[in-house]
Every structure is written in C-alpha cells, then in structure tokens.
Write a protein that binds this ligand. Structure first.
Ligand SMILES: NC(=O)c1ccc[n+]([C@@H]2O[C@H](COP(=O)([O-])OP(=O)(O)OC[C@H]3O[C@@H](n4cnc5c(N)ncnc54)[C@H](OP(=O)(O)O)[C@@H]3O)[C@@H](O)[C@H]2O)c1
Length: 257
C-alpha cells in the first residue's frame, strides 16, 4: 500500500517540535501539496522550518504561522492564510496540547485546570469550526484529534489532562456524526512518546516506563506520525469517529503509567 496524499493541503497545530513537527514532515513526504505549521512562538517555528528544509522538503510547500490553540482569532487567521497560500485546507491535525495541571483532582490549581482544558479540549473545537466554516463545509476533508491513552482510562497525577483527552475522544465521536458524510473525524491516542511534553514521565526512569508497555519500549514521534498519515489518506476513507491507540499495547493490557 502506497500512501499518496495527492497534493492535499493541511494544517498541523503545535508543530514546532515533537509529534506535530514529525507529522508535518510525514504529510509532506507523502505528497501533501502544502502544510501550515503553527505554534505560539515564532522562533520555534523558524527552527522547525529549518528542520523540514534540512530533510529535503521544499520551502514553498511550508507555511509557518503563530497560532495559539485556544484563540478563535488565530484559528480563523491561520485557516484564511492557508487557503490563500495553498488553495485549500483538506486536513486539520489538532495536535497542540499542554499539561500544566499535575496533581490530584481534589487539590490541583483550578487556573491551571482551566488552561489545560482550554488548550486541549476547547482548542480542537475552535480549530475545527474555523476549518469547517472556511473550507471543509463546502469541500470536505479530514480532521485528526491527538488524544492520549490517558483519555481512555484513569491514571494518577495527570487527571485534569486525562479528562481533557477523554473529552477529545468524545468530541471526535460527536463531530464524526455531525460532519459526516463530507468530513471524517478521527483520533489518535498515543502512549508515552519521548518528547518534551512527557519528559517528566520518562526522563529519569525510561526502562521502568518502557516496561509498562507490552511492546517494551516508549513510542517515537515517527510511530504517531505514521498512524496520522494513514488516517488522513484515501486508504482510510471508510474510517471515522474512532480513536486509535498507538501505545505499545498499554491500553489493551490495562497497564497503568
Ligand atoms: N508525548 C507523549 O507522551 C504524548 C502522549 C499522549 C498524547 N500526547 C499529545 O500529543 C500532542 C503533541 O505533544 P508532544 O508530545 O509532541 O509535545 P511537545 O513536543 O511538547 O510539542 C508540543 C507542541 O505544541 C505547541 N504548543 C504548546 N502549547 C500550545 C498552545 N497553547 N498553542 C499552540 N501551540 C502550542 C508547542 O510549540 P510552542 O512551544 O512553540 O508553542 C509544540 O510545538 C499533545 O496534544 C499531547 O497531549 C503526547
């Protein structure tokens, strides 16, 4: 099976590093005509563009725009600029995520919870609405929400984050119904992947953390980007509403992080 994205255009949020950056690279390497990458910081985006160009990807297929995940104005602006530059917006990957709210739910700081839910839970709805109204309602498309295994079952310390990801799994089901048959909406639920966001989970105990996953290793950004690339491709055209765990088997094994 050869994945060919046939010149499709995409927005990947939170793509200055980690899973988002690798996803942007994978979409471009699979034939996307243009990919917009967003994050909060211009300097991080400039570095990300340098990384993509160093990988041999053409600069004119990449648009880098500052866009906060929880901003309606930023979402509208990024969608409009993407359509202006690439002629469409066929794919949205809601990847930007944050986790400043560690701690048991009875004590965790409510301001931090609000921030986590605004970025992880409200953000994907904001960006989906902008993309739907700007392009997909007329032209169709695919939306991928990056959830987490934490959204599929409880785990200690990161309850507020996990609740936001559980809501994202349900948002994926809900929007798959509301936007069908024109738009597919799918989710990906990673296990622990070695990135900056999850560093507190693995940095000082990588072997122990790997051992909680039946496949005995942590995930890589390439593992997640490959699943996303398949899900947005024409080969996945009969898949909608589901969230696929890409997690070394941890959820099915009922493992706890
Ligand atoms: N790594 C894991 O183990 C794991 C597991 C399950 C799920 N996930 C999910 O995977 C997604 C990507 O995470 P990652 O591990 O790749 O993290 P990462 O390497 O820390 O990257 C996070 C990206 O999001 C951007 N970002 C952060 N807050 C943002 C905001 N408010 N608005 C816009 N962009 C923002 C960051 O860029 P700037 O700093 O430049 O803004 C960065 O590009 C997240 O949704 C995360 O919850 C990760």
């Amino acid at each position: 099976m050869n994945i060919d994205l046939e010149g499709a255009t995409a927005i990947v949020t939170g793509a200055s590093r980690g899973i988002g950056l690798e996803t942007a690279a994978s979409l471009l390497e699979s034939g996307a005509g243009g990919v917009t990458i967003t994050s909060r910081r211009e300097e991080n985006l400039a570095e990300a563009v340098g990384h993509l160009v160093d990988r041999g990807l053409e600069r004119d297929r990449i648009l880098a725009l500052v866009g906060r995940a929880d901003s309606v104005d930023d979402a509208g602006g990024v969608v409009a600029e993407t359509i202006d530059r690439f002629g469409g917006c066929d794919v949205l990957v809601n990847n930007a995520g944050t986790n400043p709210s560690a701690g048991p739910m009875m004590d965790v700081d409510l301001g931090a919870v609000e921030k986590t839910w605004a970025v992880n839970q409200l953000g994907p709805l904001i960006w989906t609405r902008a993309t739907w109204h700007g392009w997909m309602a007329q032209n169709g498309g695919v939306i991928v929400n990056i959830a987490s295994v934490g959204g599929l079952r409880p785990a200690p310390f990161i309850g507020a984050y996990n609740i936001s990801k559980g809501a994202l799994v349900q948002l994926t089901r809900q929007l798959a119904h509301e936007l069908a048959p024109l738009v597919r909406v799918v989710g990906v639920a990673p296990g622990v992947v070695k990135t900056r966001l999850s560093a507190a989970l693995w940095e000082n105990n990588e072997d122990d953390m790997a051992a909680t996953h039946p496949l005995q290793r942590l995930g890589t950004v390439e593992d997640i980007a490959a699943a996303i690339t398949f899900l947005v491709s024409p080969q996945a055209s009969w898949i909608t509403g589901v969230t696929l765990p890409v997690d070394g088997g941890v959820v099915e094994a009922q493992g706890s992080l």
